[in-house]
Design a protein around this ligand. Sequence first.
Ligand SMILES: Cc1cc2nc3c(=O)[nH]c(=O)nc-3n(C[C@H](O)[C@H](O)[C@H](O)COP(=O)(O)O)c2cc1C
Length: 171
Amino acid sequence: MLLTEAIRKRYSCRSYDETRPIEQEKLDRIFELARLAPSAKNMQDWRFVVVTEKDKKSRVAGCTNQSDIFKKAGAIIAACSNSDYVMTCGQAIGPIDVAIILDHIALLATELGLATCWIGSFQADKVKTILGIPEGIAVIELITIGYPAGDEKHTTREPVENIVCYNEWVF
Ligand SMILES: Cc1cc2nc3c(=O)[nH]c(=O)nc-3n(C[C@H](O)[C@H](O)[C@H](O)COP(=O)(O)O)c2cc1C
């Protein structure tokens, strides 16, 4: 699948086929390629806990506000950062670097016939306890990944002219 196709096809999936686990080869391929994502100073301070065990997945899903949906995904990935480095521009690299690699993960998953959903609405402290994530490591985001059960539901986007200008801020 071309990158442009994957970008167009990706959507936030909120309906998973719980009878279809994700093949380990697919997870391996996703992480093998996703790790090529850029990161500030090439620190690669991201770490991932891939939750595939049914009970643990349910418990992690229970830390979100849509647990019945997300627990059916083949896996819930806790995307973590062990960096508190702040760039000269004032922005922390942790969430930025994790967001870049998560987007790689979402697009690679799409290419492999899987679907994903980013989850920011979750209780990070509870997730950390369930997964044994130590203090000092931040759970930046969760992402579900799995075989979809329903139709693709695509959302709308602003037209380019509403979000891009050249040479001077005109918004
Ligand atoms: C940082 C981030 C956090 C999000 N958190 C949630 C969430 O907690 N629950 C949820 O159902 N979707 C969540 N989403 C999915 C967005 O709602 C979705 O990406 C957006 O509505 C656009 O739809 P699409 O992904 O289907 O194109 C999140 C997406 C991003 C990028």
